[in-house]
Design a protein around this ligand. Structure first.
Ligand SMILES: [Fe+2]
Length: 383
């Protein structure tokens, strides 16, 4: 398998069987991928931990969703979709033919079986699965999974790499932090179903197909090349800090076409004697910004109602920054114990059904302290 028309990263996989031998093709009905524009424009707070599991077939399994068919769409645009699943069941075999996936493991552990071999995953891992890699998720414990699905490839930023592709010394992580598959995974089977998400018609431009393979797709005795799934744990990200405020690109971990992924890790903060460690008010005019708060105590959002499991969406066209009390509270602080995963997109994000289901409607008014009805937002009780 290879990328960009035989002109980029590729691997050779040595199959025992014929990887194209299918005996059936049926429709796979995807969960609701419709989106609603962020209009009228406002910042949004979405509480993912309030999201009930999806209704899946068979219905008695609905409370025990899996990492593939149990994903609910939170936010999306024509370049990237963010979904969320609380998975405790083994997923079907699956591959995403639309783009690479980067699944952040908010909580839980287990394995991801792939055609390349087995990856283990744990809390804080980014599980990066290249486009069209057949795989399945096997949680060892309930796993909270934040799936970032690209229409493109997902890779480390080019500025972290030498012209030959080695991580440079100034990069906040390097090759030793990436963990690829272990030994080959060989399974026997006939008439094995694989769910394929692929390009098609419909409102989202995305459809699903159930392909049945004559023999088990996990029949690769070995492979070589530079294209393979891997994990990277957020704890291995070495934050770049400064005497004055460092802008978000220092926190970048991956990039795709028209979006970036950054992480804000526990770190020493600005050490100039006059510094204010929380960010200044800023208008990142070309981007929508999505923060997913996964650990610690996020200093800049104190007083907003945001907590662990929250998402904030700060759209282009809207200047944003800390809640007012957070600015003063941060003076003199030397260390932030916070952990957040950020996705910045260059095209506007729309709200998926799961995002709409768990929105905190008071968030937009928390900077002013009052909303359109003139009353104080209830969330100010925790400021
Ligand atoms: Fe921002």
């Amino acid at each position: 398998m290879g990328e960009e028309g035989f002109s980029s990263d590729a691997s050779l996989l040595y199959h025992r069987g014929v990887p194209s031998a299918i005996v059936d093709s049926q429709v796979w009905e995807l969960l609701d991928l419709s989106t609603t524009p962020n209009h009228p424009l406002k910042p949004r707070h979405l509480k993912l931990h309030d999201l009930p599991p999806p209704v899946v077939e068979p219905v008695e399994d609905s409370g025990r969703a899996n990492a593939v068919t149990g994903r609910r769409l939170v936010l999306g645009n024509g370049d990237v979709r963010i979904s969320y699943a609380v998975a405790s069941q083994e997923s079907p075999l699956y591959r995403n033919a639309i783009g690479d996936e980067c699944v952040y493991v908010e909580a839980g552990s287990g394995t991801v079986e792939t055609v390349f071999g087995v990856l283990s995953y744990r809390q804080g891992d980014y599980v990066v699965v290249p486009r069209a890699t057949t795989h399945r998720w096997l949680p060892a414990e309930e796993s909270r999974l934040y799936a970032i699905e690209a229409n493109s490839h997902i890779a480390p930023p080019k500025r972290y790499l030498s012209r030959y592709g080695q991580f440079l010394e100034h990069a906040p992580y390097c090759e030793r932090d990436l963990h690829g598959p272990g030994a080959p995974l060989l399974l026997e089977g006939t008439d094995v179903e694989v769910l394929v998400k692929h390009r098609g018609n419909g409102p989202s431009g995305i459809v699903g197909t159930r392909l049945t393979y004559a023999t088990h797709p996990f029949d690769v005795v070995g492979w070589d090349g530079c294209l393979y799934p891997y994990t990277f744990n957020v704890e291995d990200f070495m934050p770049i800090t400064g005497k004055i405020h460092q802008p978000p690109p220092v926190h970048q971990v991956f990039e795709g076409t028209n979006f970036v992924i950054c992480n804000f890790c526990p770190r020493k903060v600005d050490y100039h004697e006059g510094s204010i460690p929380v960010p200044y008010y800023h208008s990142n005019v070309d981007s929508d910004e999505v923060m997913f708060y996964v650990g610690g105590d996020y200093e800049a959002r104190k007083g907003s109602g945001i907590g662990i499991g929250s998402i904030s969406l700060h759209p282009g066209g809207y200047a944003h920054g800390p809640q007012p009390s957070a600015v003063e509270a941060s003076i003199g602080v030397e260390y932030f114990d916070e952990l957040a995963v950020m996705v910045d997109t260059f095209r506007p994000l729309e709200l998926g059904e799961a995002g709409l289901a768990v929105e905190d409607p008071a968030y937009a008014w928390t900077w002013a302290g009052r909303g359109p009805d003139g009353t104080d937002p209830a969330v100010f009780s925790n400021s």
